[in-house]
Write a protein that binds this ligand. Sequence first.
Ligand SMILES: NC(=O)c1ccc[n+]([C@@H]2O[C@H](COP(=O)([O-])OP(=O)(O)OC[C@H]3O[C@@H](n4cnc5c(N)ncnc54)[C@H](O)[C@@H]3O)[C@@H](O)[C@H]2O)c1
Length: 371
Amino acid sequence: MIVGVPKEIKNNENRVALTPAGAKELTKRNHQLFVQSSAGEGSGFSDGDYESAGATILPTIEEVYSSAEMITKVKEPIEPEYSLIKKDQLVFTYFHFASYEPLTKAMMESKSVCLAYETVEKPDRSLPLLVPMSEVAGRMSVQQGAKFLEKPMKGRGVLLGGVPGVKPANVLIIGGGIVGTEAAKMAAGLGAHVTIADLNLKRLRYLDDVMPPNVDTVISNEFVIREEIKRSDLIIGAVLIHGAKAPKLITRDMLTDMKPGTVLVDVAVDQGGCFETTKPTTHQDPIYIIDDVVHYSVANMPGAVPYTSTLALTNATLPYAIELAGKGWKKACSDNNELKLGLNIINGDVVYQGVADAFGLPMNDVNGYLS
Ligand SMILES: NC(=O)c1ccc[n+]([C@@H]2O[C@H](COP(=O)([O-])OP(=O)(O)OC[C@H]3O[C@@H](n4cnc5c(N)ncnc54)[C@H](O)[C@@H]3O)[C@@H](O)[C@H]2O)c1
């Protein structure tokens, strides 16, 4: 198959869909690979790295789109890309259709085949192409929290791990899923006293078994959260209710119970945030302060560490990309239900219930399109 990797053009997006190692895996299977010039630059990969892996470098985004049967990228296409996508072209990327109608309509009009990373799903209902970014954001949340706890960064002036003779900081993590677990490992490793709150007792039992002794678990409810926030220095929001907006677990009035200079990192900002006072921020201007409480709520945290994020993402996407390139999307999706669940739009028709529901569009049976 002819596979194309365009350079991401969304603002501040430095990731790339394929590493040179991934390029090699495709070319050694006799796929023809076109990579746009400088596509890997933001992640530390040169055109020469891709050429050594057997790819051909094309100078413009137009040439990549017009040459390829399958496009693999990172972010959803943005407006200048809409008209580049062709009928029957397979586009394998994050789309998040339900959150943006113009993109949905544009992809329907393109008559392409849209296979969305975010809806590829394993039999246990986990989302293998979202997990790597949650891992990055979870680990980063502690790094960012530690930084903004420093006095010159407007925080309390507390060192997470303390020192001999001085107690460590208290870190509260609300939500013990992927983000929360990775955050807890980092905070515990730095010597902080960590508390994880979750609704799911089974998950808390697991975390209690595997976490080091400086990590406690508590059940999540309003009473417990009101108590915990009084002694916390860093609070990380990491909840997710699948398919729904995040619940507001810290309300505006609770801020006055916190110590001045407490840092809130709301990783769940992309689902609306789990703190009432959360509003999305950017890497350029990541924090704001309300009632002496520092809020960090960057919606694309992994974007700040593109090298790590690119490797983490491509580790997860590459096996699927190889399957799609090797078999073609129809056979690959017939054989592999995980990939089939990634199909959102085919030849102008919506085949994913969440997208149809979001915009009142007719829902079509995906099986009717597979060979
Ligand atoms: N900002 C970013 O850059 C970024 C990056 C990756 C992920 N995220 C977001 O981080 C959030 C967490 O993702 P995840 O992959 O860890 O999800 P996950 O499904 O693995 O974990 C979510 C956890 O929240 C728990 N939960 C649900 N309601 C709760 C409540 N009321 N109190 C306490 N816990 C509750 C669930 O039981 C679950 O354990 C999501 O909103 C995700 O979109 C943001």
